[in-house]
Design a protein around this ligand. Structure first.
Ligand SMILES: Nc1ncnc2c1ncn2[C@@H]1O[C@H](COP(=O)(O)OP(=O)(O)OP(=O)(O)O)[C@@H](O)[C@H]1O
Ligand SMILES: [Mg+2]
Length: 369
């Protein structure tokens, strides 16, 4: 295996008594798109700032291209950072912005102009070099910020929520552009976001961060289909969460009973004994819907429900149903056949799901877990 571009070894960063990054170890393969996904305050920016060298870890080490960065100043590290607030220089032209880092490195003017023009070409802004920054759209400015970093040919490009300031439509568009840029340049990207859909779409690997640690590190598919912890199941993609007690465990399938008396079956993840406090997660697209029992796949438990509300969102439309007995509100993705296009609020339905595709975790700290 080749040397990873980035390796973190037992990194710790404390602010007073508070541990912002807690004994974190991971590595990022050369040329890959790696995302760090987590809620606000979990330590993402702190981690990135340690990689860039703006702050020093209290413990542990960072290796870039196999070399320890312990005594290497930020401007000597083979990394560049793109911030949420782009900080382009408004008094410089677009081309001068891109050439800025080269000038600081002492690259001759003719070479700077050439490289800056080439880079603008590659990010789809060929010929825009003479423009003023405020003549560009938000998305174009974002591309200039990335061009300004990539022109320095860093080993690692660190991006801290670079799409956060853009409106939704532009963000969707830039998401695709970023992925294409990364593939074209082959530079290793370390990308921070709290938006799970960005992380899933863009990344080869994602570290899901919570309270200074990674709860899981895996491919987007692994996180989505095999979440390792309840936090990951709840944070990545949409999920129905049902809490209760394990009534029985048989052949790896838990029968969970909620406080409201709803019994469901789900695949056990981890050691679960009868009586333990548990929580199960069922994806909206795992459940099927029928107007009668016979419309549902045979062999799985079925539940009676009424339609609570319709959530129309084109191909991502869903329905919220209320399970009859427990009044539990459950989200089900609507099939794209249009078979349920005429559903009405209050309508009676049946639904069910394959227990093997639902996951059940013991609740941490519960006495019998
Ligand atoms: N310089 C500092 N001094 C003291 N506490 C800090 C400092 N920098 C960050 N923290 C704290 O460390 C924790 C992690 O902060 P960090 O900025 O890394 O979070 P984040 O995951 O980037 O969040 P967001 O998504 O909101 O940007 C927070 O509780 C924050 O208040
Ligand atoms: Mg941050």
């Amino acid at each position: 295996m080749s040397t990873p571009d980035l390796e973190a070894r037992s990194l710790v960063k404390r602010f007073g008594a508070y541990t912002a990054v807690d004994t974190l170890s991971f590595s990022v393969a050369r040329g890959s798109f790696f995302s760090i996904l987590g809620p606000s305050g979990c330590g993402k920016t702190t981690l990135l700032r340690m990689i860039a060298g703006f702050i020093a870890p209290d413990e542990g080490d960072i290796l870039i291209g196999g070399n320890s960065m312990a005594d290497v100043a930020p401007n000597r590290r083979p990394v560049n950072m793109v911030f949420q607030q782009l900080a382009l220089f408004p008094m410089m032209s677009v081309g001068e912005n891109v050439a800025f880092g080269l000038a600081r490195r002492g690259v001759a003017r003719a070479e700077r102009v050439k490289k800056s023009a080439e880079m603008l070409e590659r990010v789809g802004l060929g010929g825009a070099g003479h423009k003023a920054v405020d003549e560009l759209s938000g998305g174009q400015r974002q591309r200039v910020a990335i061009a300004r970093s990539l022109v320095l040919e860093p080993t690692l490009l660190l991006l801290d929520e670079p799409l956060g300031a853009l409106d939704l439509k532009l963000r969707e568009h830039m998401k695709i552009e970023l992925k294409q840029l990364q593939a074209a340049f082959g530079t290793t990207f370390v990308y921070i976001t709290h938006d799970q859909s960005e992380a899933l779409v863009l990344s080869d690997h994602v570290g899901v961060m919570n309270k200074g640690r990674f709860e899981q590190l895996g491919t987007p598919q692994e996180l989505y289909y095999s979440p390792a912890t309840p936090f990951v199941a709840g944070f990545v993609g949409s999920n129905n969460k049902i809490a209760g007690r394990a009534k029985s465990v048989q052949g790896g399938i838990v029968e969970l009973e909620s406080a409201e008396g709803w019994s469901i079956h789900a695949q056990a993840h981890g050691a679960i004994a009868a009586g333990a406090a548990v929580e199960a997660f069922v994806r909206p697209e795992v459940a099927s819907l029928g107007r009668t029992s016979s419309e549902l796949p045979a062999g799985h438990p079925q539940y009676a429900a009424t339609v609570e509300s319709l959530l129309f969102d084109g191909a991502n439309s869903a329905v919220l149903v209320r399970e009859q007995k427990s009044r539990f509100e459950f989200r089900i993705a609507l099939p794209q056949t249009g078979r349920f296009a005429d559903l009405k609020v209050g309508e009676a339905l049946q639904f069910g799901f394959d227990p093997a595709r639902a996951v059940c975790f013991p609740v941490a700290g519960s006495p019998s877990a």
